[in-house]
Design a protein around this ligand. Structure first.
Ligand code: SF4
Ligand code: SF4
Length: 296
């Protein structure tokens, strides 16, 4: 894990168009990253599957910076990430507490917040033998955060953990904390969306959000708007390489995301390109409104 800030800038240059970063933004980002007093980032994981972190890891596996550690540890002061921090136990909680004492950090939350049983369905850490519920950890750290970013549909809207009977009364980070969040939904979110959000914070750019807290720079158009299958004859079966998938349940018309133009896996392909319908994974209604998921 020895990739420099210059490599991060190179990465940003490579994806500047996709991220919507202007040449002016890149210059500002260079200065922001050169600042040794850049923002500390605390990344929490709650009720979720860690898929957002995995998505992020996958994005940067083929281009510098090649690992999440390169980006987050060497370019940004990542004080805590459950999967990436080398410290554990009380030692890592000391790091979290030091950041909390200073305040003004960026809080990234992945996963939703269970609130039933006084939060005891999900724990963030144990310190000196005392367990900390995820609900209490999120509320504590949100209270002194400069920005809160909800990564993934679970953190942004509740997502799969909040669906069905929801016996642990899972809610979004914004609902749990009562604080505004920058929502980067997706199940998982595209890794470039995550990088975009972090970049905007480093640049101190104002982020325009839609009614669901999503940046309009990423989630303005529906998937259907720019889908290459729009206006084509209806596909008759799943996996069909041509034809509109709407009659097979595609949620593209009611789903906001730039997947058709950005694509996934470093621009290789995306859901509909792989002949699978859009599942509406960036919407607050996911997965309830999806015909492929039924309550049992
Ligand atoms: S496949 Fe889905 S997103 Fe594409 S044109 Fe049809 S309904 Fe719209
Ligand atoms: S195409 Fe639809 S289901 Fe696939 S990642 Fe984009 S928003 Fe999610």
């Amino acid at each position: 894990m020895n990739v420099s800030r210059r490599d991060f800038l190179k990465y940003c240059s490579m994806t500047a168009a996709a991220l919507g970063l202007s040449a002016h933004d890149l210059l500002g980002l260079k200065e922001a990253l050169a600042n040794p007093n850049g923002p500390t980032v605390l990344w929490l994981q709650g009720a979720g599957c860690s898929g957002c972190s995995i998505s992020f890891l996958n994005r940067i596996s083929t281009a510098a910076p090649k690992t999440a550690g390169d980006l987050l540890i060497n370019s940004i002061n990542l004080a805590y990430h459950p999967n990436l921090s080398s410290l554990a136990g009380d030692a890592v909680v000391n790091v979290i507490n030091q950041a909390y004492t200073k305040g003004n950090y960026v809080l990234i939350v992945e996963g939703a917040v269970p609130t039933a049983f006084n939060g005891a369905a999900c724990f963030a850490w144990s310190y000196k033998g005392v367990d900390k519920t995820f609900k209490d950890a999120v509320n504590m750290l949100a209270s002194k955060a400069a920005k809160i970013v909800s990564i993934g549909t679970c953190a942004a809207f509740g997502g799969i953990p909040a669906s069905g009977g929801n016996p642990t009364q899972v809610v979004s980070v914004a609902t749990a904390t009562g604080k505004p969040t920058i929502n980067i939904p997706g199940c998982p979110p595209h890794p470039d969306w995550i990088v975009w959000a972090i970049s905007q914070i480093l640049l101190k750019n104002a982020v325009t959000l839609d009614a669901n807290g999503r940046p309009t720079a990423l989630y303005a158009k529906s998937v259907h708007d720019t889908c290459y299958r729009k206006g084509t004859e209806a596909a008759k079966s799943f996996g069909q390489a041509t034809g509109c998938l709407k009659e097979l349940g595609c949620k593209g018309p009611s789903t906001k995301a730039n997947c058709p133009t950005l694509k996934w896996h470093n621009g290789v392909n995306w859901c509909i390109g792989a002949s699978a319908p859009c599942m509406g994974c960036t919407e607050p209604t996911f997965p309830i409104a999806n015909p492929f998921y039924k309550n049992v």
